[in-house]
Design a protein around this ligand. Structure first.
Ligand SMILES: O=c1ccn([C@@H]2O[C@H](COP(=O)(O)O)[C@@H](O)[C@H]2O)c(=O)[nH]1
Length: 238
């Protein structure tokens, strides 16, 4: 999978961070098919489960299931199996779960109908001080690289990191890596709880495969215009 293989529309994933299907459906009407990829995270998945993933697939969307699995290997493998056949294309797990956990997930995801795995390295909300607070003295970049290498060694070819590390991972892992980048803030957008951020243009120029954008679109007065402006910024940065 090369970074240039994606059509600009396939490089933007809108985070559907809503408490239930009803407000998500209202938002999708406002979005008016401006985007092809949607991310379903814990908030919406815990409320609606695979049925809503299947509904989105039925509407023609590609679905990124961002469940950030992190448990003992047997439990994570079972969770991967529980999402299989729902129609999601991508599923996240935390690389900090370790190589045995990731290998169990890879094995469980090796069947038809299973989503492709993405390893979350260091959450984009965390900075060096927060890492230090959980006992990690490394810089975010060193920790991202360590975890990405570990995930790669288990067979995982997709990583979630911030735009601050994407050039480094692209250089080390090459074009085969699918690098998915949250913490995206168009110029002037509210930063909120994110720490390691960049604009859509910066993230794409540094080698991102896909960008995840939530509140700058979901909380915009006109979500469709906000999404189209980001798609335009992506298209002019490739
Ligand atoms: O490191 C990570 C991993 C996942 N996310 C998710 O992406 C979106 C970002 O939403 P914004 O509103 O654009 O901040 C959200 O669903 C997170 O769970 C992340 O931000 N960082």
């Amino acid at each position: 999978m090369t970074t240039k293989a994606f059509h600009p529309t396939d490089r933007l994933i809108v985070a559907l961070d809503f408490p239930s299907a009803a407000p998500a459906r209202v938002f999708l009407k406002q979005l008016d098919s401006a985007c092809r990829w949607l991310k379903v995270g814990m908030e919406l998945y815990y409320a609606e489960g695979n049925a809503f993933v299947e509904e989105l697939r039925g509407l023609g969307y590609e679905v990124f299931l961002d469940l950030k699995l992190h448990d003992i290997p047997n439990t994570v493998a079972g969770a991967v199996r529980s999402t299989t056949n729902a129609g999601a294309s991508l599923l996240t797990l935390h690389a900090t779960g370790g190589s045995v956990m990731m290998a169990a997930a890879v094995e469980a995801a090796s069947v038809p109908g299973a989503p492709r795995l993405l390893a979350v390295t260091v959450l984009t909300s965390m900075d060096a001080a927060q890492l230090s607070g959980i006992g990690i003295a490394s810089s975010p970049a060193d920790q991202v690289l360590r975890l990405a290498r570990l995930a790669w060694s288990t067979g995982i070819r997709g990583m979630v990191c911030s735009a601050e590390e994407v050039a480094l991972l692209r250089e080390v892992l090459g074009d085969e890596a699918e690098l998915v980048i949250p913490g995206i803030r168009p110029a002037g957008a509210a930063i909120g709880d994110q720490s390691r951020i960049a604009t859509p243009a910066e993230a794409i120029r540094r080698g991102a495969s896909r960008l995840v954008v939530g509140r700058p679109i979901t909380q915009a007065p006109d979500p469709k215009s906000a999404a189209l402006a980001i798609l335009d910024e992506i298209a002019t940065s490739i």
